[in-house]
Ligand binder design. Structure first.
Ligand code: C5P
Length: 241
């Protein structure tokens, strides 16, 4: 990877490379790779190209976030974590809903080389969606409980809504990582995300790493979009990660 010169704020951005168009994927990694701290390879790209997607992104990026949201029996998840470890990714997601034994198996398989991030509730799940799943009750209590489980299992951090970050930060001090998708600059459309916050709000609430996809990748002018997001982040005056 080339020498990085991106700002402290930009180092806290993980760009979600959600596409199955190879040319687009390559354009994004070469444009965003030198400009942000982390490139996130998710299901769309990984299912399409497998480890090659990670290898390509790794060549341009400071760190790779492999967002596979693993959720299976502990033995199977541990095997998948070992495979991700061999790929040299820095972050890997698993679902907190897999339970403590699965989380512990993931952490053990990571061997301190991969930061295991537990996904609490997906950010598109609003009250209507949760009711449809018969998961009525307080989403925030569920998230707080699952965050604690993840921390007790040894996870490096969690993926959570920026709206929950402040309460989660109080209950889970640094260095436990809070990674927040559902980040929308004031000027961007929410898309299918429901529980959103601006980049500045997310950082002020205690987020360490902001996952941002479409507001950057689908922006009519990526330069302008990234500049605005970094400017919003700088209003929060957080130090380096
Ligand atoms: O395009 P957008 O900014 O909505 O992308 C958000 C990214 O974060 C997507 O790659 C999505 O898979 C991921 N994500 C999420 N909610 C979670 C966990 C991950 O939106 N709870």
């Amino acid at each position: 990877m080339s020498e990085k010169s991106c700002s402290e704020a930009a180092r806290r951005i993980a760009v979600a490379l959600d596409t199955s168009q190879r040319d687009q994927f390559r354009r994004w990694i070469s444009w965003f790779g030198p400009r942000v701290g982390v490139l996130k390879v998710g299901l769309e790209a990984f299912v399409r190209w497998g480890p090659a997607a990670v290898e390509e992104a790794k060549a341009q990026a400071e760190a790779i976030f492999l967002d596979l949201k693993l959720h299976d029996i502990p033995n199977t998840v541990a095997g998948a974590v070992r495979s991700a470890r061999a790929l040299g990714v820095r972050y890997l997601t698993v679902h907190a809903g897999g339970g403590p034994a699965m989380l512990e198996a993931a952490v053990e398989a990571a061997g301190g080389e991969v930061a295991i991030l537990a996904v609490t509730l997906l950010t598109h799940l609003d009250d209507g969606q949760l009711n449809a799943l018969d998961l009525a009750g307080s989403a925030s209590r569920r998230v707080e409980r699952w965050a604690r489980l993840a921390r007790q299992a040894g996870c490096a951090g969690i993926v959570c809504s920026p709206l929950e970050a402040a309460a989660l930060r109080r209950a889970n001090p640094a260095p436990f990582l809070l990674v927040t998708p559902g980040v929308r600059p004031l000027t961007a459309a929410p898309g299918d995300q429901r529980r959103t916050a601006t980049p500045g709000q997310a950082l002020r609430a205690g987020a360490d790493l902001l996952v941002i996809g479409r507001p950057l990748t689908r922006a009519p002018d990526r330069d302008v979009a990234l500049e605005r997001i970094v400017a919003e982040m700088n209003t929060s005056r957080r130090g380096p990660p």
